[in-house]
Design a protein around this ligand. Structure first.
Ligand SMILES: *Cc1c(COP(=O)(O)O)cnc(C)c1O
Length: 360
């Protein structure tokens, strides 16, 4: 494929730092890069604490466990998200309660959240889908008023800001993913960030097999091995050195898409409100009457890969319990398409991709 939806850029010190791990034999989950990456990434986002983990899914699992969420609890989550947001809730034996999305931002609808709050609700999980921030002011107020925890799934939102403040700093705890197609990558990896020292300690404890602080090989909780390796962290440190240029390149690519798709029937996922969209994915909505599969095939023949938007999770058999309607999410999901979004695209590439779209 000439234009994949994503490919990582590994043009900095990645190889040098990985070789340092190999040369020093620090290849497991101890070593200087893990601490460095945790410090530098939490500093970049603006939280006091960060702990590196093996992927973004376990980051969510730990965040929920750290907050004490489990059997009998309900966690409110948008139906329009990646499966990991919802599965992590299921891992804790809590119940995911689905809510609809907003028409303009495609993010979790605070009014629908309010309607779904019950005496069992313990937390709201805000997912900054495709890099566009959620309405954090409304969600924060709702959570404060109802004494609920606020979890931010920032897997797709490295560099995204709401009213000038980086996402992941509004709730009680935030998680990130460094999978190969995320804005910065460690291959597989994730991070849990918080300003709460006690919560951070609980998460570190659970991530490392529930090891007691006071005795070797004594475990006072059923923990997990969710650690990140020094090799992954080495890649992360190198990636983070390039974050500013990656983010500005991604914003530039979005500007080109918006420019070339102006005056077409395609609706581009632009910023709405006082937000800074990091454009993890450049996404469009197709006109209702257009056949998405036909368009996808037409683009494949021209070497252009696309992805459909996520399917609303309440429609998947594993989560389908009772008939639910989430009108906005259903319609967005039916019409949405992710376009090539990797940072090395240039203006000519975007012109070719958008020309193919217009031709169709
Ligand atoms: C990528 C992603 C995750 C999970 O991250 P992994 O590192 O792949 O486990 C969680 N939530 C969202 C919204 C994501 O896009």
């Amino acid at each position: 494929m000439k234009y994949p939806v994503y490919q990582p850029s590994l043009n900095g010190n990645e190889k040098k730092y990985v070789n340092e791990c190999l040369d020093s034999s620090w290849i497991s989950s101890k070593g200087k890069f893990v601490n460095l990456f945790e410090d530098q990434f939490s500093n970049f986002v603006g939280t006091k604490y960060g702990t590196a983990v093996s992927n973004g899914t376990v980051a969510l699992h730990l965040a929920l466990l750290g907050l004490g969420i489990g059997e009998g609890d309900e966690v409110i989550v948008p139906t329009l998200t990646y499966i990991a947001s919802v599965n992590s809730i299921t891992y804790t034996n809590a119940k995911p309660v689905f809510v609809d999305s907003l028409e303009h931002t495609w993010q979790i609808d605070p009014e629908d959240v309010r309607r779904k709050i019950t005496s069992k609700t313990k937390a709201v999980m805000a997912v900054h889908l495709y890099g566009h921030p959620c309405n954090m002011e409304a969600l924060k107020k709702l959570c404060d008023d109802h004494n609920l925890f606020l979890i931010e799934d920032c897997a797709e939102a490295i560099g995204s800001k709401y009213k000038g403040q980086h996402v992941g700093t509004f709730g009680d705890v935030a998680t990130f993913s460094f999978y190969g197609n995320k804005t910065i990558t460690t291959g597989e990896g994730g991070m849990v960030l918080t300003n709460d020292g006690a919560l951070h300690d609980r998460i570190v404890h659970l991530k490392g097999q529930g090891l007691a602080k006071y005795r070797e090989y004594w475990h006072d909780a059923v923990g997990y091995n969710y650690r990140m390796t020094n090799i992954c962290a080495a890649i992360g440190v190198a990636q983070l050195e390039q974050i500013d240029s990656v983010l500005s390149k991604k914003r530039q690519i979005a500007d080109w898409y918006r420019e070339f798709l102006k005056d077409t029937p395609f609706v581009f996922h632009s910023e709405s409100g006082d937000v800074f969209h990091s454009y993890w994915m450049n996404t469009i909505l197709l006109p209702e009457e257009m056949d998405r599969d036909d368009l996808k095939q037409f683009l494949i023949d021209k070497g252009i890969e696309t992805r459909p938007m996520f399917y609303p999770i309440h429609t998947m058999p594993i989560y389908f319990k009772k008939y639910e309607k989430h009108q906005v999410a259903d319609r967005l999901a039916r019409r949405g398409m992710n376009l090539p979004s990797f940072p090395e695209l240039n203006r000519e590439d975007v012109l070719q991709i958008t020309t193919a779209l217009k031709t169709f």
